[in-house]
Ligand binder design. Structure first.
Ligand code: FAD
Length: 351
């Protein structure tokens, strides 16, 4: 177990933002993770779990407690069953399942961060989300002070949400298990229209699993959604806001606002999101409220490749980023009456 004091956290995040932690522990085995968590909890010390730091906005003042970097390793593929240690790099694990010809997570290629964080917000992209293939999470339950195994149903997955996100101080994920599909080297049915178009197939078709992964990586790279240290458009947390889900009354009011502002024939993106609920697109709202790609003049700006990514152009502070995020939230609310909610987890700050 490696322990450092007054440790900078910015280099551990993809935003490269945030002040130091009083103490930083890097744990390389499950036992080390559990020991570090137990020790902090028994001492009453605030604890911040860090995987790849790709969904974290840490305040400029840093973290007055123990930051625990989960750097465990373990990749076990047994037939179609996959078990990953929390510290495994997610996108590398996806690549290995694709090399093995298995389907189920190929469209989640290129998502930065650790395997252990994938259940936290039920990561998803291009028509797949981990909720579909994840079978079990082995976690340390800080309340019961024991290691537990949760089924997929126990995780209460929803769109970019889970039991872990709802109750963030309870579980530390140690291992994640998946059931993949052996479709003879073919992908899962391609669900997302943009991916189907890129592959020249119809939604619902299957393609060679490696082709699906490549297509997704190409689409992502074009939007600055694959990490590249030389490209400031990727100094981000990916999508900064979740897509709003509106009930029928909210959606009707929203539609009125859209048509008042943009003309009676305007049809905003709308997807069914369960009984009496409609999901619309945060990127569309941001763009139509006047915050287009590259928006901003300061050190934090909207990505030049994707309206939904707020980025650090190199010398931003967390306050710069939050000022931009607040400006976008206020602008979208004024224009359309919808309040955007941040997707990344904030530490010591809020929008
Ligand atoms: C360029 C870019 C593109 C992205 N694209 C997508 C996308 O397409 N889809 C998507 O869903 N997300 C996307 N993201 C967001 C991010 O990559 C995911 O949310 C990812 O799962 C975060 O993993 P991480 O290890 O970096 O988590 P961190 O940022 O380190 O942590 C995020 C949260 O999870 C908690 N956490 C981390 N590890 C554990 C653990 N072992 N146990 C308990 N809690 C833990 C942390 O405490 C924190 O609350 C993108 C981010 C970037 C930078």
């Amino acid at each position: 177990m490696q322990v450092t004091h007054d440790a900078p956290l910015a280099p551990l995040t993809t935003f490269r933002l945030g002040g130091p932690a009083q103490r930083l522990i890097t744990a390389r085995t499950d036992d080390e993770v559990v020991a570090a968590v137990r020790e902090a909890d028994r001492a009453g010390t605030p604890l911040l779990i860090i995987g790849g730091g790709s969904n974290l906005v840490i305040g400029d003042k840093g973290f007055d407690g123990t930051a625990l970097r989960v750097a465990t390793s373990g990749f076990v593929l047994d037939g179609t069953r996959l078990e990953l240690a929390a510290g495994e790099v997610w996108t590398d694990a996806v690549a290995r399942t694709v090399e093995a010809g298995l389907a189920g997570v190929e469209c989640l290629a290129g998502i930065p961060g650790s395997a252990g964080a994938t259940p936290i917000q039920n990561v998803g992209a291009y028509g797949q989300e981990v909720a579909t293939t994840l079978t079990e999470v082995v976690a340390y339950d800080r309340r019961a002070e024991e290691t537990v195994t949760l089924t997929g149903a126990d995780c209460a997955f929803a769109y970019r949400h889970s039991r872990f996100k709802a109750d963030p101080d309870r579980f530390v994920v140690l291992r994640v298990r998946f059931e993949l599909e052996d479709a003879g080297g073919m992908s899962a049915p391609i669900r997302y229209a943009e991916t189907a178009r890129a592959l020249g197939v119809e939604p619902g078709d299957r393609v060679p699993v490696a082709a699906a992964r490549e297509a997704v990586l190409d689409l992502r790279a074009g939007k600055g959604m694959v990490l590249d240290p030389d490209d400031h458009d990727t100094w981000s947390a990916g999508s900064f806001f979740t897509n709003p889900i509106l009930d029928d009354a909210e959606y009707a009011a929203f539609l009125d606002r859209v048509r008042d502002r943009l003309g009676p024939d305007t049809a905003p993106p709308a997807y069914p999101a369960g009984e009496g609920r409609t999901k619309t697109s945060a990127a569309w709202l941001i763009d139509k409220a006047g915050f287009t790609k590259g928006y901003g003049t300061g050190p934090a700006r909207i990505s030049t490749k994707h309206t939904l990514a707020l980025t650090n152009r190199g010398d931003a502070t967390t306050e710069d980023l939050l000022a931009l995020a607040r400006e976008v939230v206020a602008g979208v609310r004024d224009a359309f009456g919808v309040t955007l909610v941040n997707e990344p987890v904030t530490v010591g700050v809020s929008l």
